[in-house]
Write a protein that binds this ligand. Structure first.
Ligand code: C5P
Length: 400
């Protein structure tokens, strides 16, 4: 089989150096990559670097190798175009259909999926001109990643960082796997909770659980690749932020509740993949609890945490909002799942069997998705991303 052809467009921001890492990941995983830098990108990273890393010729203008009609061919033959970093200027030229260099020509002739990974200062990202250009590109079917929040060039911090190349690569992989299908969650805001809550006993101890967050992160990644605006509420995970998602970090069930309810106010769908503690210690000791040699330990008093999933399902923030829960069961999985779906009042419940070495922390999962309308979708043992895609298929069908 031919290698998938990827065009890596690079525009002139300092983050251009990070595109070298993205290029490496693409080539090493078996993609044929043609780098198309803008003239200003070459001021940051030279053509020799792009040519050496890609193994392909590099040009910026339509006037090189004219007999090969590169301004048309490169775009026509691509399976994916990814522009990383995409500057405000490149987004503007793409949104307006300009064709003043090889990259913009390529964008006009490409009929494959297009991913933009913007990187710029916060002010430029927030400017109404950029907002409108991004909205235009998204409306036309491009996946435009939300920039990450963090250190920018110089001493500034804020939204505008290029997401980590490894995570942009994950988006590219998902988008390529979907082929020429339109991003069907474009224009949708989805909220995903991931990880496991920690309920503190004292400054050094907590009650927690074994959730790694991998299933929730897979849900966030796949939703980004399907064009959604994603808010990921992450409870105590050690995973890198998925490219394009807005990440909110929380620790306890009460913090998770506050963050989810806030994000859900304008969400089309909420997927509660996090393992939320049902109980928390009744009191918090501000100093470390000491053991007393001559006394048996005190029994631990617990109080109930609010059931966020049940609460949101009973009182939807928006009409038609689709709500998905997860249920980890150790026995009588389907019967318990059906009962839980009815009790929680959500639209879909992903039921999986867990045990000491199953599911938690693993790369793979196996589940049945139960629907409130009686539907039952088995998902065979496979990557957590495959389960995530099935969940979004079912959500997208309900969003209409
Ligand atoms: O009742 P159980 O904990 O098994 O339910 C699991 C589902 O309910 C998950 O989707 C989890 O995120 C959600 N949940 C919640 N609030 C809780 C406990 C669980 O939203 N306090």
């Amino acid at each position: 089989m031919d290698k998938p052809r990827v065009v890596l467009g690079v525009s002139g921001g300092i983050a251009a150096y990070k595109a070298c890492e993205l290029l490496r990941r693409l080539t090493e995983s078996g993609h044929d990559v043609r780098v198309v830098p803008t003239a200003s990108a070459l001021r940051f990273v030279g053509a020799a670097t792009w040519a050496a890393l890609s193994g392909n010729p590099v040009s910026t203008e339509v006037w090189d190798e004219v007999h090969e009609v590169p301004h048309v061919r490169i775009g026509q033959q691509a399976d994916l175009v990814v522009v990383a970093p995409a500057t405000a200027d490149t987004l503007a030229r793409a949104a307006h259909g300009l064709a003043d260099d090889l990259l913009t020509n390529t964008l006009l002739t490409a009929r494959c999926p297009v991913v933009f990974a913007p990187a710029m200062h916060t002010e430029m990202w927030e400017h109404p001109a950029t907002r409108e250009n991004v909205a235009t590109l998204r409306r036309r079917g491009a996946v435009v990643l939300e920039p990450a929040v963090g250190r920018l060039t110089g001493a500034d911090t804020g939204k505008g960082r290029l997401p980590e190349p490894a995570e942009i690569f994950e988006v590219c992989r998902r988008v390529l796997a979907r082929g020429v299908r339109e991003p069907d969650l474009a224009g949708r805001h989805v909220v995903v909770s991931a990880g496991g809550t920690r309920e503190p006993l004292d400054p050094v101890r907590f009650l927690g659980n074994r959730s790694s967050g991998k299933q929730g992160y897979a849900l966030a990644r796949t939703a980004v690749a399907r064009g959604a605006r994603v808010t990921l509420i992450a409870a105590n995970t050690a995973l890198p932020d998925p490219a394009g998602a807005d990440v909110v970090r929380v620790e306890t069930a009460l913090q998770l509740r506050e963050a989810v309810l806030k994000a859900a106010a304008d969400a089309d769908a909420v997927v509660m993949a996090a393992a939320v503690a049902d109980f928390r210690p009744a009191s918090y000791a501000t100093g470390k609890i000491k053991k007393k040699d001559d006394q048996e330990p005190e029994p631990l008093a617990l109080v109930r945490n609010p059931d966020i999933l049940a609460e949101m399902s009973a009182d939807r923030a928006r009409p038609g909002q689709v709500i998905v829960g997860f249920a980890a069961e150790t026995d009588d999985v389907l019967a318990n799942g059906r009962r839980k779906l009815a009790r929680k009042g959500c639209d879909l419940l992903v039921v999986n069997e867990v045990g000491e070495h199953r599911t938690f922390g693993a790369e793979e999962n196996e589940a049945v998705v139960l629907a409130a309308d009686g539907g039952e979708t088995p998902v065979p043992h496979g990557p957590k991303e495959a389960l995530a895609e099935t969940v979004w298929d079912l959500v997208a069908a309900r969003l209409g």
